[in-house]
Every structure is written in C-alpha cells, then in structure tokens.
Ligand binder design. Sequence first.
Ligand code: MD6
Ligand code: FE
Length: 227
Amino acid sequence: MPARGDRFTADLFADPGPIDVGLPAQQVLAPGALLMRGMATLPADALFADLNAVLSQAPLRRMITPGGLPMSVVMSNCGPVGWISDRTGYRYESADPENGCQWPPMPASFRALATGAAANAGFEGFDPDACLINCYVPGARLSLHQDRDERDFSQPIVSVSLGLPAVFLFGGVARSEKPARVTLNHGDVIAWGGASRLRYHGVLALKDGQHPLTGGCRFNLTFRRAR
Ligand code: MD6
Ligand code: FE
C-alpha cells in the first residue's frame, strides 16, 4: 500500500517534457564581444520613430568606396560626426556632404540604448559621438572589414539590429581567420571592444522577407567614439 506522500513525490520528480528555453539572453562571442539578444526589442518602436525623423533630415544614400564601387548598403548618420566613404577614402565628417548641414543630433533613445548596452558589457562611460545607420535590402551585403577609422581603439562599438534578420560574419583580428556565422535578429545588440575591437566582420547578403516594423529591410545602427 503506497504511503500518502508518494503521489506528490511522483509529481515533483516527473519529467516535465521538453521546455522551450529559447536563445540565451547573452552570449560572449569572444573576449570583449558580447551579444545581447533582444535588448532593443522593447524600445524598437521608439527607436524606429526617431530613426525616421533622422532620415527625413539626412536621407539614406549610396556611398562610393575609395575603389569607385557603389556600396550595396545605403547609409546615413546622426550625432556630432558621421562616417563617410568616397573616392578619397573613409573618414568622419561633421557635415553631411549631400547638403553641407551638420548631421542630425543623436536621439536620446539611441544614446541611452548605446551607453546602457556598453555598460552592461563592461564598457562604462562610453560616450558615442557617431551613429552610422546602415540599411540593407534583399541582396545587400557588407564585405569583411575592420572598423579602424576611429581615433581611440580603447572605446567599444555598439551595434543594434532592427527589422529583417541577417547573418553576421564574426572573424578574427587576422583576415585569414575563418569567420563564425551569427544570426542577428530584430532587437539584438552587440557591444564589442577590448581584445575584439579590431576583429574582421561583415554581413552576408540579406534574404527576402517582411518585418512588421521595417518592412522589407534591415537597419543596423553602429555607435562609435570617433574623435
Ligand atoms: C551590420 N555592422 O551589422 C554591420 N561594425 O550591419 C558592422 O559593421 C559592425 O555590427 C562594428 C561593430 C559592430 C558591427
Ligand atoms: Fe563594422
């Protein structure tokens, strides 16, 4: 005759079956590089509204590489300085070359997310002066590169993904190192610096899709301390 407690005991230790634990909230990609899944999901609507206001002042445009090729990603900037590329090279400029005006101010929503993400990743006091806005439509890609146009490599970079997913290539500090592939989804944020600051990285050609917030494209915001 079973004792009264057995029923409880059986339930307590019963196999609950498969549980969907989802993706890990945070993932160290390499020393100094932290992926924070979904960190920008909650503020995404506000970020996107602010993004559209910025783009009404400084529209997306196709920049030309120093080699003379048009980039497939269209870009703009906000903040005190903006990253540009043309036949004479890559650099930061305080004025938009399209209209000679200062780049639009960095929205408070952008800054708060960037500094919060940096602090969470161990980069306290990050004070970005540039936000590069990248827009990918299907087929657009970014070839393997290092971000090295900034003055102080002790400062991290914070990257925010909005809209369609993309496959991010995360390489080593040598171009020859085979990059890892990391899918970046809507709301994902990466902070990277330290030993990872000069890692090669890129984005594979965007796949077709529709996202409820951004439609048929992916936006990436990268925050830097350029000067
Ligand atoms: C992108 N990101 O995700 C392009 N650079 O669309 C970058 O080039 C990048 O995500 C430096 C740090 C993080 C990044
Ligand atoms: Fe980059």
